[in-house]
Design a protein around this ligand. Structure first.
Ligand code: SF4
Length: 351
C-alpha cells in the first residue's frame, strides 16, 4: 500500500497526497506536535514513483477527479531539484488531470535552492510552496526553537517569490507571549513587507498541553495572551504591513478568532482594520461572549451574534462559573478549548 503523512494545509484537502519524505528533518519546534516521536527519512524516487502508480491503481477511474497534488511531509525541498522534477513529472504523467502541485518547505531548504533550481521546479509543475515562518523576530524564533533566522526566512522567501512559484508564509500571532508581542508583530510585518508572499496565512497560537511551552506557562516563564490581546497584536501587525499584493488570510483556520479578517492587503487592508476595530469596540462582556461561542463552535461567525442580549447574558453565567472555579478560569477554559483543535504528537514523551 502507498504511504501518506499526517498533515497537509487546509487548502489541500482534496489533493492527491504524495509522500516524498517522512516526517520533519528538524522536528524540534516547541509549537509543533505533528511529527514528534517520529524520525525523518528520505524516500527514493523509485519508491515514490511506485506509490504514485499504486495510487492510480487504487483510485481507478476516480483518478481523473484529482486536479491538485500535495508533496508531503514537512520539508520536500530538502530533496535535490533533480529528484523533485522526476517525481513531479511522474505525477503529471500518471494523473494527467492534475494542474496544481504544491508542498511544504523549511526556510533553510528554500534558501539552499538556487534560482535555476526554482526555474526547473516551476517548469516541471510546482505551483506553490507553503512555509511556516511563524515570526520575523529572532527572539521569538529562538523561544520556540524554530531553527531558522529572519535572514533564512527572507532569502528563502525572496527566492521563491522571484521564481514565480506562489508562496504562502504562515505566521503565528500570540506565540511570543505577552513579553514579545510587540516585537513579534513589528518584526513579522517588517519581514513580510520585504518578502511580499502571495499569501500570509494566520495561525493563531494555542498552547499544546504536552508542549515545552506549557511547562513554561506553569513555571511562569511564558505568559500566554488572551483573545483580545492577540487581536490587538494582529492589529499592530496589519497596521505595519504595507499595501503589498498579498492575501492576508484568517478565514482558512478556525483557531483565528476573527476569521472574516481576510483579504488582499492592496485592496482590503483598511476594511480588515475596521473589522478588528468593530471587535475592539465591543464591551468586555460582549468580547468574552464572542470568545466563548467561537471557541466552543469554531468557524466563521459575525460579530453581530453578541448584539443579542440573551446570548451575552447566557455566556455571562457560564463565564462567571468558570471564573469562580479557579484564578483566570475563563481564559484557561478558552485555552483548553483551543488546544483540542491541535494535532496530537505521535509520542507521550514530548517536552
Ligand atoms: S513546525 Fe515545521 S519545522 Fe517545526 S517541527 Fe513542525 S514541521 Fe518541523
Amino acid at each position: 500500500m502507498f504511504e501518506q503523512g499526517v498533515i497537509r494545509p487546509p487548502s489541500e484537502a482534496s489533493s492527491l497526497l504524495v509522500r516524498v519524505t517522512r516526517n520533519c528533518p528538524w522536528n524540534r519546534c516547541h509549537i509543533c506536535p505533528a511529527f514528534k516521536g517520529k524520525k525523518f527519512s528520505r524516500r527514493s524516487v523509485e519508491e515514490v514513483k511506485k506509490d504514485i502508480d499504486m495510487m492510480a491503481a487504487f483510485y481507478g477511474p476516480r483518478s481523473r477527479s484529482f486536479t491538485s497534488a500535495f508533496l508531503q511531509d514537512a520539508d520536500s525541498l530538502i530533496l535535490p531539484a533533480d529528484e523533485l522534477v522526476e517525481i513531479i513529472g511522474h505525477i503529471k504523467k500518471t494523473f494527467p488531470s492534475i494542474e496544481r502541485i504544491t508542498t511544504y518547505a523549511r526556510a533553510k531548504s528554500m534558501k539552499k535552492k538556487n534560482p535555476r533550481d526554482y526555474q526547473r521546479l516551476r517548469e516541471a509543475g510546482l505551483n506553490r510552496i507553503h512555509t511556516g515562518m511563524e515570526s520575523g523576530s529572532i527572539e521569538v524564533l529562538k523561544l520556540i526553537r524554530k531553527g531558522i533566522t529572519p535572514k533564512d526566512i527572507l532569502v528563502g522567501g525572496r527566492r521563491v517569490a522571484e521564481s514565480g512559484i506562489s508562496l504562502s508564509e504562515y505566521i503565528m500571532p500570540g506565540v511570543g507571549g505577552r513579553a514579545l508581542s510587540r516585537e513579534h508583530a513589528l518584526e513579522t510585518a517588517r519581514l513580510l513587507n520585504q518578502i511580499r508572499p502571495n499569501f500570509i496565512r494566520v495561525r493563531t497560537f494555542a498552547v499544546h498541553p504536552q508542549s515545552p511551552l506549557q511547562k513554561m506557562v506553569e513555571e511562569g516563564t511564558f505568559e500566554p495572551m488572551n483573545d483580545e490581546e492577540i487581536v490587538r497584536e494582529i492589529r499592530l501587525l496589519l497596521e505595519n504591513l504595507d499595501e503589498i499584493p498579498s492575501h492576508f488570510r484568517c478565514g482558512d483556520f478556525s483557531l483565528n478568532l476573527l476569521m472574516n479578517v481576510d483579504g488582499r492587503l492592496d485592496d482590503r487592508k483598511q476594511a480588515m482594520l475596521d473589522e478588528i476595530d468593530r471587535y475592539l469596540a465591543l464591551t468586555q462582556e460582549e468580547k468574552q461572549a464572542y470568545s466563548l461561542i467561537q471557541r466552543s463552535y469554531p468557524g466563521m461567525m459575525d460579530l453581530s451574534v453578541v448584539k443579542d442580549k440573551d446570548v451575552v447574558e447566557q455566556a455571562a453565567i457560564k463565564i462567571k462559573s468558570l471564573e469562580s472555579r479557579e484564578a483566570d478560569g475563563f481564559n484557561k477554559y478558552v485555552r483548553r478549548l483551543m488546544s483540542f483543535q491541535l494535532p496530537q504528537p505521535q509520542t507521550d514523551a514530548w517536552g
